[in-house]
Design a protein around this ligand. Structure first.
Ligand SMILES: NC(=O)C1=CN([C@@H]2O[C@H](COP(=O)(O)OP(=O)(O)OC[C@H]3O[C@@H](n4cnc5c(N)ncnc54)[C@H](OP(=O)(O)O)[C@@H]3O)[C@@H](O)[C@H]2O)C=CC1
Ligand SMILES: O=C1O[C@H](COP(=O)(O)O)[C@@H](O)[C@H](O)[C@H]1O
Length: 351
């Protein structure tokens, strides 16, 4: 598809009743729809709970409502949303999903294009990809894409296994491993400030910068995501992906071209220069914390251990702060301080 063409596709969201779908995916799709950046499309939401199409559409409607939106626009948008109740571990259910996909493809004239968005706990990513292939949902006449955010495995070994699983169903250029922080204006501005501004680049080094701080604090608690969060904690939920992406953009050398591959290579060089922290040094470099009960805007809020689907004795961290050192010529001696947490006093992302 040429960059200027408006996309036409069936979008399948796995985990369509969850937080990511509600807070990010539906509102983003609606913004594209309002700006007329989507051509023909339909959305199939997949999750276990039993919902009718109308109930699902109502949830989508609630998540996109903002001041000034017209009901008619929203109704037109949500009318393209369908719901398929399905446990992704149950093989028998994919055939029905495939049938629904074909019907919608032909009803809306979607040219056989399909986007599969994994808005579910990471342990399901590989299973879903394998089923999509086995049950022929990836046998399409148009393009197919798999979108995954994170966590991508929980260590190197599991990331490799996951890669193998998804590569059986999708080729490398069909897989979009994304990080939504890279779409934030503040993060996109890093490149502009650094590389399109002759004033800053000469100062961007250890001679003029004493330390760099990257903060992402949220006032939200874990909400209804206890099951997922218990296995992830702040370290895997925020640090290993978003925080390190920001550190790499701040620290990388100017790429020879502003292309995906060149930028990635420069980021990888930053990670190679990251000083490993030995087991016995962890306490010197990192602190972890967990939120207790308290009040936010005069409303009582529970402790992490009292949240739904959280072990009452959980030691999962909801706050992490740490110091990273990048041992290269540019950054020798400059600490990068990162901090992120839930149920903090302020919601802010700061560099
Ligand atoms: N929330 C966020 O801001 C962000 C989240 N992410 C990533 O997105 C993914 C999802 O996160 P999030 O939305 O927060 O998680 P949630 O726990 O809020 O949602 C999980 C979803 O998966 C569904 N689900 C769970 N088990 C099954 C199953 N066996 N079969 C079918 N559906 C199932 C749930 O619905 P039901 O119970 O009805 O089955 C629900 O819709 C995670 O990998 C997370 O890291 C990435 C960036 C931001
Ligand atoms: O990836 C995630 O990000 C959100 C925070 O993103 P933001 O765009 O709302 O700042 C976080 O709440 C969630 O736990 C995590 O999975």
């Amino acid at each position: 598809m040429a960059q200027t063409e408006k996309p036409t596709a069936l979008i399948m969201i796995f985990g369509a009743t969850g937080d990511l779908a509600k807070r990010k995916l539906f509102p983003s799709l609606y913004k594209l729809f309002k700006k007329e950046k989507l051509d023909k499309f339909a959305v199939v939401g997949v999750a276990r709970r039993s919902l009718s199409n109308e109930e699902f559409q109502l949830r989508v409607k609630e998540s996109v409502k903002e001041n000034g939106e017209t009901e008619a626009d929203i109704d037109k948008f949500v009318s393209k949303f369908y719901y398929h109740s399905h446990d992704v571990t149950d093989s028998s259910s994919y055939l029905a999903l495939g049938k629904l996909a074909e019907e919608l493809d032909s009803h809306y004239g979607l040219n056989g294009n399909r986007i599969f968005y994994m808005a579910m706990a990471p342990e399901f990513f590989g299973t879903i990809a394998e089923h999509l292939k086995k049950d022929k949902l990836t046998d399409v006449s148009g393009f197919k894409r798999l979108v995954i955010e994170k966590p991508f495995g929980h260590d190197l070994e599991s990331a490799k296994v996951l890669n193998k699983q998804i590569r059986k169903a999708f080729s490398e250029d069909e897989i979009y491993r994304i990080d939504h922080y890279l779409g934030k204006e503040m993060v996109q501005n890093i490149e502009v400030i650094r590389f399109a501004n002759a004033m800053f680049e000469p100062l961007w080094n250890n001679r003029y910068i004493s330390n760099i701080q990257v903060t992402s604090s949220e006032t939200l608690g874990v909400e209804e995501r206890g099951r997922y969060y218990e296995k992830s904690g702040a370290l895997r939920d925020m640090v290993q992906n978003h925080m390190l992406q920001m550190v790499s953009l701040l620290a990388m050398e100017p790429p020879i071209k502003l292309t995906t591959d060149e930028i990635r290579s420069e980021k990888v060089r930053v990670f190679r220069a990251l000083r490993p922290v030995k087991g016995e040094e962890v306490n010197e470099y990192f602190v972890r914390g967990q939120y207790d009960q308290g009040s936010m805007n005069e409303t009582d809020v529970p402790a992490y251990r009292q949240e739904e689907m959280v072990n009452p004795e959980s030691n999962t961290e909801t706050f992490v702060a740490g110091k990273l050192m990048i041992d290269n010529f540019r950054w020798a001696g400059v600490p990068f301080y990162i901090r992120t947490g839930k149920r903090m006093k302020l919601s802010q992302q700061r560099l």
